[in-house]
Design a protein around this ligand. Sequence first.
Ligand code: DGY
Length: 315
Amino acid sequence: MPHTILGDNLPAPLREMLGDEFEVLPWETTTNAPAAERERITGLVAYGHPRVDGELLDRLPALKVISNHGVGVDHVVLADAASRGIPVGNTPGCLDASTADMTIALLLATARNVVRGDRFARGPEFTVFDPSILIGREVTGARLGIVGMGRIGRQVAKRAAAFDMEIVYHNRNRDEDAERELGVRYVSFDELLERSEYVVLNCPLTPETTGLIGAAELARMRPDAVLVNTARGAVVDTAALTDALRENRIAGAGLDVTEPEPLPRDHPLLSLENVVVAPHLGSASDRTRRRMMEMTVENLRAGLAGDPLPWAVST
Ligand code: DGY
């Protein structure tokens, strides 16, 4: 008898890993299907959307495990899972390097006009090399402020050191090991905002970090600063960021995530030249995604067997 699980548009290799042992029902089963169908579901694979909360869990009375294909579990109401005795697994660690790579990629792309340059180089105006166009901002030797010195923040710091950047960070707790190992310096949040030429967001989305960068914080940033967000869109107030970029109150933004995600196609942020947007690609590299899928399946199998999850989120 295969296990019946709920999975929303699962990547094909993940579906292959699950094989015939698993019957995967679509998300709509939770709302459109007869109760008997829902009541067969023992596992749930999530990866961002939709939200997994008590209301959904109450429609899945046989559920034994929630396995998240990704590290961020802000879309799972952990207290609701805990109060129903359902363990939640995620995929920490394996995506730190690829997300840090993406942070640096967006920082460079924004600072050095890579996307605008690409558009220009393909267009009719590019007829001759012109040394006065698309002059970007220097990255080498600049001051980088990392918000969130967790696993991903540390990987960003390692990469930034190769660009001779002066690295400061702000975190809920000071991390003296990181300071020793990586040569980073702890500063207050205000100092980080006021003095960094590049501000990168590598913190999880929590009630404390929701709206962390709003109008007041953007106003503290340098007019030549670039903001990079590879965390979660809701860490930044989208309307305030759009205003700051439109009025050139900061120099630019590189966004792998937005709130909402995706933005409405006619959102004013998408028409600005000083922003580079990516469709949530932080962990989207071949090796990383493969490992994420393996961890997702391992967590799922463990939960279905009633064993402790190898990568359990503490609830
Ligand atoms: C994560 O792992 O949280 C990434 O954002 C992919 O969802």
